[in-house]
Design a protein around this ligand. Structure first.
Ligand SMILES: Cc1cc2nc3c(=O)[nH]c(=O)nc-3n(C[C@H](O)[C@H](O)[C@H](O)COP(=O)(O)OP(=O)(O)OC[C@H]3O[C@@H](n4cnc5c(N)ncnc54)[C@H](O)[C@@H]3O)c2cc1C
Length: 396
């Protein structure tokens, strides 16, 4: 069992995201957002601290940090630079997926560890226009080639890290067998890969999550990772993607919520009321508002940590896993948006200025509305767990 003491997490924080670097990332986040620029300098700094290899196991030459340790680091990174954290998440998630599988005895994708150590940057090309099945189906097509590889055609939307990724995990329906999906990696230098230059969005701008268009893009035989039946079937790869995605995305929005609380408190200290002659930090209504946001936030990192540690310790929640994972991400997302709003109320009109960090934080938090599954898509699962099933997975 890994060390979970505050001192240990603080040591990792200083090793991978030292205070001085964090402040630089925060300053750059404002510039990247304003200029709609990708986070090139942040990436170089994170590569220099070894951040992109944190999940590579020790036997593959990495530090082998646990998901819980990485979640803490991602919360810290997101508190300074949400878009950088969200985009780096996609690389970390790809390595994390292979780690989850490796720890459960499936080593079929372990080549990812070697490639990550060699400096390859992984991205996540799963979202497609109008594919609300997400992982369980695809409107891309994968056509087999004589050498055991595939040619993939389709549109992947919101590919974070679009200026720099070198390996993109994608899925597509197998043209020879419509009942199954092919999962694998496409190299950036493969023929038939086009990256859209259309990117001008409301928040998380530095992530440059532009669309990727695949036209018969080659997936080499050694990069074909897995076949998964179309539809809802238990599969280790799908479980690994779901768990890493939900918990690491939750970590980003938990970091956003934490920063919003800090800015809310700073906002109250900075304002004085002419009416009462006191600081806003002494006004009951504002103290209550901030206290409520703080109390609600406390449950968010606690939930993320519990599930990260369960995943690290191979706890088997069976059918109860999706309920846990999705609620961790939804709660963190809600906390980010609500806390950003409270922080704006506490900071007053100055927070509304585009020169204020809070205005960016509010826009970045809004991106949390779009990560799958949406609350509407998730609700039936929660209702069914209590109302329809003979065995209630939530109580397992
Ligand atoms: C900041 C951010 C980063 C994300 N990063 C990733 C990631 O790295 N990997 C990933 O798989 N998912 C990523 N997602 C996607 C996300 O998880 C959702 O799956 C996505 O928002 C889909 O939303 P939707 O179903 O509402 O999209 P839709 O409403 O179906 O489409 C959303 C947008 O996609 C674009 N689009 C639609 N059709 C086309 C087309 N044919 N060609 C080009 N563009 C088109 C349009 O701009 C459209 O507004 C990210 C989302 C956000 C907000």
């Amino acid at each position: 069992m890994s060390d979970n003491s505050p001192a240990h997490h603080a040591q990792l924080a200083q090793q991978y995201l030292p205070d001085a670097l964090l402040e630089q990332l925060r300053e750059r986040a404002d510039r990247y957002d304003r200029d709609n620029a990708f986070f090139d300098e942040d990436l170089a700094d994170l590569q220099a601290t070894g951040y992109l290899s944190v999940l590579v196991p020790t036997e593959y030459g990495g530090p082998g940090l646990s998901l819980n340790e990485v979640s803490r680091l991602q919360q810290r990174l997101a508190s300074a630079a949400p878009a950088t954290a969200l985009a780096i998440n996609m690389h970390l998630m790809c390595v994390g997926v292979v780690r989850v599988m490796h720890e459960r005895g499936d080593t079929s994708m372990n080549f990812v560890f070697d490639e990550a150590k060699a400096g390859e940057i992984f991205a996540f090309g799963i979202s497609e226009p109008a594919n609300d099945w997400v992982l369980q189906d695809s409107n891309s097509t994968a056509t087999s080639t004589d050498d055991g590889g595939y040619r993939v055609s389709g549109v992947k939307i919101f590919t974070s890290l679009s200026p720099v990724w070198t390996r993109l995990i994608v899925h597509g329906r197998d043209a020879n067998d419509e009942t199954r999906l092919v999962y694998g990696f496409v190299r950036r230098d493969a023929e038939g890969v086009t990256i859209s230059d259309d990117w001008d969005v409301m928040g998380m701008r530095a992530s440059h999550s532009r669309a990727t268009i695949l036209r018969d893009a080659r997936m080499n035989p050694e990069h074909v990772a897995r076949y998964v039946p179309v539809g809802q079937h238990p599969d280790l790869l799908v479980f690994a993607i779901t768990s890493c995605f939900q918990l690491l995305v939750a970590s980003v929005y938990a970091g956003v919520a934490h920063r919003a609380l800090e800015l809310a408190a700073a906002g109250l200290h900075a304002r004085r009321s002419t009416k009462t002659g006191s600081s806003y930090a002494e006004i009951g209504e504002f103290r209550t508002r901030l206290a409520d946001a703080h109390m609600a936030y406390m449950a968010v990192p606690a939930q993320i940590e519990t599930y990260c540690r369960d995943l690290d310790e191979l706890v088997d929640h069976g059918a109860g896993w999706p309920l846990r994972l999705v609620s961790a991400r939804v709660n963190a997302s809600d906390a980010a948006r609500r806390t950003a709003e409270v922080a704006l109320q506490c900071a007053g009109g100055s927070g509304f200025s585009n020169s204020h960090e809070l205005s960016r934080l509010m826009r970045d938090a809004t991106a949390s509305l779009f990560h799958p599954p949406s609350v509407d898509a998730a609700r039936p699962m929660y209702a069914a767990a209590l109302l329809d099933d003979e065995v209630h997975p939530v109580r397992r």
